[in-house]
Design a binder for this molecule. Structure first.
Ligand code: PGA
Ligand code: ZN
Length: 431
């Protein structure tokens, strides 16, 4: 039967993520034979308000097993969804949210829910005979996002070798996604060559960025500028620097402990430090500049540099439409990181995305530090016309699978291609 998107079966299996840990893959089978599958990613520096991953917490795999999450799909989610239509995403997601019945998806697991939710979108797109990005666009214009790419890893992704989590580059001068990738490749290569010459080359961190064998957080910024220059780009003009401070990771009891710099800072002092770095380095974007509960710090930094620097909430917003609206009301950020597994369903992910759009914020669709070959987020970014895409560094195939998918989509769009370009980065023009 052609184009019958009725869900006939839901399969699930244990697969493995980029850290070699178990994760959940879900696969939907529709009445017309169409199938769609998706793999749940996993964070390491998670916000405390995120959807909770259901893990086995037994002796196997360091407690990271997913047999409970798979059982949740088989025994509860599957029977609840059979007979619904895969293209009724809102109905599917509402049904599983209700079935779970907890505020943070703790019972069935955010990992089980997001794998099923994304698999439904894939199956529906296949049934409709469309690539996922085009299916998601629903006839509206699409756009290739501006990439934000990690150069050096840090924080929880690099054994806390340095405090800040991500030092990234944004190829501001690129005119296409393809050109953006080529620019990033040169900067990444230059960064590796520089580390090698300095005797600091020691492999890569969780997301593929160069291992941060630096003596201070500032040295990472200096080296990032040098890598951009070595690749023959103008820092801040052709290629800007972004940082993900992930400050919750080194916050304790009102103080920020920068272990690498042997310093302990108050909120005000950390905001001063970040503002000073914005003056001295070509920083165009800062993510989670202060801890997830430091509302005052978020307001302070946004008031201070938000007219020229993009301030992104990640752990601070946890892809929650309600938290986006609250933050907009107090001026706590000017851009939202959007991670589907942070909230657990595509419908809620879209709601957070739309909330950010409605208050004129920039949107950054993001991967997690634990990833796989799954490329769903690239399709979300294109189909929803997101401003930026953050999937980690420019190495390791769980990252490259996503960048390469962007290249294929750009090619498929041909003459209709729209690339987000530098205007997609907040703060560079008055918001
Ligand atoms: P996580 O980190 O996936 O480990 O939470 C990514 C980020 O903070 O952006
Ligand atoms: Zn982050």
């Amino acid at each position: 039967m052609a184009n019958d998107a009725t869900i006939r079966d839901i399969l699930c299996r244990r697969v493995w993520d980029s850290r070699g840990r178990p994760t959940v893959e879900a696969e939907l089978v529709l009445a017309d034979g169409a199938r769609g599958r998706a793999i749940a990613p996993a964070g390491a520096s998670r916000g405390k308000r995120e959807a909770i991953e259901l893990r086995d917490h037994d002796a196997a795999f360091g407690g990271q097993g997913v047999s409970k999450a798979l059982a949740a799909i088989r025994d509860e989610i599957r029977p609840a969804l059979l007979g619904l239509r895969a293209d009724d995403q809102a109905i599917i997601d509402a049904r599983v949210i209700e079935l779970d019945g907890t505020p943070q998806k703790a019972r069935l697991g955010g990992n089980a829910l997001i794998a099923v939710s994304m698999a439904a979108a894939h199956a529906a797109a296949t049934s409709a005979g469309l690539p996922l990005w085009r299916y998601l666009a629903q006839g509206k214009p699409v756009q290739l996002p501006m990439p934000m790419v990690q150069l050096f890893g840090g924080g929880a992704h690099a054994g806390n070798r340095i405090d800040l989590q991500d030092f990234l580059v944004i190829p501001l001068g690129a005119h296409s996604f393809d050109e953006a990738m080529a620019m990033v490749a040169e900067v990444y290569r230059a960064g590796g060559a520089l580390m090698s010459e300095l005797g600091l080359l020691a492999g890569v961190a969780d997301e593929g960025g160069w291992w941060p064998a630096f003596s201070s957080n500032e040295e990472a910024l200096d080296r990032a500028v040098q890598a951009i220059e070595r690749a023959k780009f103008r820092p801040g003009v052709d290629v800007g620097i972004a940082i993900d401070v992930a400050a919750s990771q080194f916050y304790d009891n009102g103080r920020y402990r920068l272990a690498t710099d042997r310093e302990e800072l108050s909120t005000e002092a950390l905001v001063d430090r970040l503002a000073e770095w914005c003056g001295r380095y070509p920083i165009v974007s800062i993510e989670d500049p202060v801890a997830e509960d430091d509302d005052e710090g978020m307001r302070l930094i946004t008031a201070r540099v938000g007219d020229r620097v993009q301030i992104i909430g990640d752990d601070y917003l946890v892809t929650s439409a309600a938290r986006v609206n609250a933050a907009a009301a107090t001026g706590a950020c000017n851009a939202a990181l959007i991670k589907p597994n942070q909230v657990g369903t595509l419908t809620e992910t879209r709601a957070a995305f739309d909330a950010a759009r409605a208050v004129n914020w920039k949107t950054v669709i993001s991967a997690r530090s634990g990833e796989s070959e799954d490329v769903t987020i690239v399709h979300l970014a294109v189909g929803w016309q997101a401003d930026q895409l953050k999937v980690g560094s420019f190495a390791r195939s769980e990252r490259m699978a996503k960048w390469n998918e962007g290249i294929r989509i750009e090619e498929a769009l041909g003459a209709q291609t729209q690339f987000a370009g530098r205007r997609a980065v907040g703060g560079l023009r008055k918001l």
